[in-house]
Design a protein around this ligand. Sequence first.
Ligand code: ADE
Length: 235
Amino acid sequence: MATWRATVLTLFPEMFPGALGLSLAGKALADAKWALEIIDIRDFATDKHRSVDDTPSGGGAGMVMRADIASAAIDAARASLPLDTPTIYLSPRGRPLTQARALSLAAGPGAILLAGRFEGVDERVLEGRQLEEVSIGDYVLSGGELASMVLIDAVVRLLPGVAGNEASLAEESFSSGLLEYPHYTRPREWEGRAIPEVLLSGDHAAIAKWRREQAERLTKQRRPDLWRHHGKRQE
Ligand code: ADE
């Protein structure tokens, strides 16, 4: 299978690979288990000031990334990539990123990720180039770069041969629709707190039952939204 390829369009190429160059994602990058290409949007500016933004039509605060510049960068990225590569605009207005979307992206050839700055990009680019808008949460970052890194990290660790332990991927939070159960390791007692007895019992069925109960308890308490959904899936 061809290497999964992330192509990031940004005004801050120096931000990459950043955190993606270290630890699990960084090792996988060095081992060519995935590829990262960074395109500087400013390279597509056409005037002598290399401007990429302009004032919002209708007035208001901030600046808007120009449609002609953003589209030129997108078209250049698309020219050398498989036709089924999704193009994603990172934005707080997008659909929330989920583990399910990370899994479906991991199954594809890669992704083109447009990281915005300023107030946003001209709406006509989103329509004209049919971008998918994705948010990493209900808060506003100063640009899409960190959001694109979050998305890439979530995908890359799911690629075959990257995480090494397929079983732990299957058990982690969200895969089952539940938050993950608590973990413990030695020492057996720490500051007066003992490891739950059942985990030291060697009784695998009892351990599995305890872990499922804990996962359900945590999900009910912390994420009633997930819990309602989980209930429905069981019926
Ligand atoms: N850009 C700014 N804020 C963002 C968010 N919450 N998610 C994705 N992209 C963003």
